[in-house]
Design a protein around this ligand. Structure first.
Ligand code: GLC
Length: 446
């Protein structure tokens, strides 16, 4: 085991400042954080990467939770991890060309394996594999070179450590040692977060996941049990512009800067994880291109490029970012199906990015025909199905002056009513296109 990493004393004392039991410190976001939140909303679209030793088994990132898989054997898989084709630049370039503005990568998933060089465990990419390259460092450097922001997924749930004790709903491997002390586990998380926020340049966000694992035990998802006040303060103090988000499937806790929805757009709950109220924080929906997060060899159920574009437009219209997932293969390559989709989305974004990035959800909520986004005195009507001949835009907050086809800049007919406007969609528009965009120009900011 390596030696422990120490926080500077003054800082450790500041963190130890008393927060009475059961009471949450009131979080007042700094001007820097408020700005970072708006920048995050402007980015609109990011790519999620789930990659770890689980990728070698081609059965998704939960494979260790399968009763047939033994933890000790699984751990030893690390000795065979050698992603010989891994090239951070080619990943980042393909992602950037899709129009995405940030990458969120798994630094440590529920299996407990760290994809970065950590001094606080030997179960990491540099110490436990023959590859010996710090993947997170290479990605961080490539992101820096290509000007794309980097976010870190960090699992609070751990299926192997003895100090993740008591264990929760998952990770019941036979013979698992659970003799450790929970306080050591939370200290370990702080140590690793310190490394992640010290050694890899600017980090746009820490994306937590896994608290739900203990929701049926005493303490459940309480911020106290999970050490949230200390960890969130630590994050903000090491990198004052780093946002905090957590995929706990409830409304955000104190200290969080973004609200995450898993597999659903805000306001929808088809997957069953997104019934929580929508907060005023910046929103992000994570969704995957096929049906898995980590690489699954049999999962070829990829959404088409057009479906993914419509998903992106649908999230933008609900004022949320889309974090779209790819599960890289064990050899270090992104699946060709994913590359194709990145390229297809990128083609569309070359033209339409300004209607889904740097915008906010429009004043007209989602309808069967599609959604709206807005910026300044412009509203973008995103018509996602080819059925309607005209659309009523029930917005009378400003006077509509002009309507054009966003792509061709040709005028689009409309007439005003007391409640808004009726926009006539050109009959000869391409009804097979994923999104027909009409730009509406108003006489003032909307
Ligand atoms: C869930 C899963 C996890 C995945 C995450 C992505 O919380 O446990 O495997 O990383 O969702 O949103």
């Amino acid at each position: 085991m390596k030696t422990k990493f120490c926080l500077p004393i003054a800082f450790a004392l500041a963190l130890a400042a008393p927060v009475a039991k059961g009471e949450q410190a009131v979080y007042t976001p700094t001007a820097e954080i408020l700005k970072a939140r708006e920048d995050f909303r402007d980015k609109g679209f990011g790519i999620f990467i789930h990659w770890g030793i689980y990728s070698m088994l081609g059965s998704g990132e939960w494979v260790l939770n399968d009763p047939d898989i033994y933890h000790n054997e699984y751990k030893d898989l690390a000795r065979g991890l050698y992603p010989s084709q891994f090239d951070a630049d080619s990943w980042v370039k393909a992602i950037k060309d899709s129009g995405a503005k940030y990458i969120c990568i798994t630094t440590r998933h529920h299996d407990g394996f760290s994809m970065f060089d950590s001094k606080h465990t030997d179960y990491d990419i540099v110490d436990a594999t023959p590859f010996k390259r710090d993947i997170i460092k290479e990605i961080a450097d490539a992101c820096g070179r290509h000007g794309i922001a980097l976010h870190f997924y960090y699992s609070q749930l751990d299926w192997g450590r003895s100090d993740y004790n008591p264990i929760g709903r998952t990770g019941h491997e036979p013979g698992r040692d659970t003799s450790g002390d929970w306080n050591e586990y939370t200290a370990f998380m702080r140590d690793q977060l310190t490394e992640l926020l010290t050694n890899y340049g600017p980090v746009g966000a820490i994306w937590y996941d896994g608290m739900w694992d203990r929701d049926e035990l005493p303490g459940g998802m309480s911020p106290e049990l999970w050490d949230l006040d200390r960890q969130y303060a630590l994050i903000h103090s090491l990198q004052p512009a780093c946002l905090v988000g957590s995929n706990h499937h409830t409304t955000p806790f104190q200290g969080e800067d973004i609200q995450i929805f898993e597999r659903d757009k805000p306001g929808e709950n088809e997957a069953g994880l997104s019934g929580q109220e929508i907060s005023k924080l910046p929103l992000e929906t994570c969704q995957t291109m096929n049906t898995s997060w980590g690489y699954r060899i049999r999962d070829n159920k990829y959404a088409s490029v057009n479906e993914l574009i419509q998903y992106l437009v649908g999230t933008a219209g609900r004022d949320a970012n889309l974090l779209l997932n790819i599960g890289p293969r064990p050899d270090g390559t992104l699946p060709p199906q994913a590359l194709e989709r990145l390229a297809g989305i990128g083609e569309w974004m070359k033209e339409y990015a300004p209607t889904v990035q740097g915008v906010r959800g429009g004043p007209v909520g989602p309808h069967d025909w599609g959604v709206t986004t807005k910026k300044g005195n412009k509203m973008y009507l995103h018509v996602l199905d080819g059925k309607d001949a005209a659309i009523f835009v029930p917005f009378a907050g400003a006077r509509l002056k002009k309507a054009v086809d966003y792509k061709t800049r040709k005028p689009v007919r409309f007439h005003l009513t007391s409640e808004g406007a009726v926009v006539t969609l050109p009959a000869d528009r391409d009804k097979g296109a994923p999104d027909y965009v009409v730009e509406l120009e108003y006489d003032k900011t909307i």
